[in-house]
Design a protein around this ligand. Structure first.
Ligand SMILES: Nc1ncnc2c1ncn2[C@@H]1O[C@H](COP(=O)(O)OP(=O)(O)OP(=O)(O)O)[C@@H](O)[C@H]1O
Ligand SMILES: [Mg+2]
Length: 234
């Protein structure tokens, strides 16, 4: 499958059309951004690592009955995916407080949450991806009530599967971001799941194995991604 035309270049990936109208190539870059792109940099070989990590996770989730856009890995940095119409809502699932939730609710980092918690953000760079609720989603016609229910159910189910998946690798899943798309009248998981989009803490040491190392200049960024990859493919 050949790349034809670049249709979207984002912060971390580029999407290309293919000879097949229903399929896109998702190319993973080394570029990293944080804080709504105010902080920019690159992480050596991140694209290669995230392409492999995301592929493994999509394969695992599909085996658990979660529909995803992943079709197959094409190369070091490229995966073939089903072309979806992205629901312009980012879904964040949290198991412990970290990042913006700590600031928002005055919680210490790592505070356990009594239940897995969902947040929605409006995918809108100009507005800085603001936090919204289900009423906003319906009021702005971002998704229907049925779609919100389906997306919420899938996000919580993905959380249970991914918590188990990572725990077996001695990693605790603290939180993560998902994007969903419409495909043939169905909602499927799209975009990526990787150390760019998850907070992953090593069990026992609490070592951060994710993009917080870049956000907070903690050093050993590539090593952390490499470590996640090593465990995920073992
Ligand atoms: N299967 C798919 N079909 C169509 N678009 C997709 C698919 N999977 C992911 N996307 C979209 O492709 C883009 C991937 O690029 P990237 O993650 O670099 O974007 P980004 O910089 O985070 O910007 P954005 O705010 O648009 O998400 C995202 O906009 C994502 O919503
Ligand atoms: Mg993105």
């Amino acid at each position: 499958m050949q790349k034809l035309q670049s249709i979207y270049e984002g912060k971390a990936k580029v999407l290309y059309t293919t000879e097949d109208d229903g399929l896109l190539i998702q190319y993973f870059k080394d570029d990293a951004t944080a804080f709504n792109a105010q902080k920019k940099g690159t992480i050596h070989q991140k694209g290669i690592m995230n392409n492999r990590i995301a592929a493994k996770i999509f394969e695992y989730l599909s085996a658990q009955g979660i529909p995803t856009h992943f079709v197959k890995t094409l190369s070091d940095r490229e995966m073939l995916v089903k072309k979806v119409s992205i629901v312009p809502v980012e879904v964040i699932v949290r198991n412990r407080a970290a990042g913006s939730l700590c600031r928002f609710l005055g919680l210490a980092e790592g505070t356990a949450l009594a239940c897995p918690t969902l947040e929605f953000c409006y995918k809108n760079d100009a507005l800085g991806d603001p936090l919204i609720n289900e009423y906003h989603i319906r009021a702005l016609n971002l998704a229907t009530e049925g779609e919100i229910k389906e997306i919420s159910g899938m996000a919580l189910s993905i959380n249970e599967h991914l918590k188990n998946f990572f725990l077996k690798l001695n990693i605790e899943l603290i939180d993560f971001k998902l994007e969903f798309g419409r495909y043939n009248g169905q909602i499927i998981l799209a975009d990526e799941i990787s150390p760019d989009t998850c907070r992953l803490w090593e069990v026992g040491t609490g070592n951060k194995l994710d993009k917080d190392r870049f956000r907070r200049d903690l050093g050993n960024i590539e090593q952390a991604y490499q470590e996640v990859l090593r465990r995920v493919i073992q």
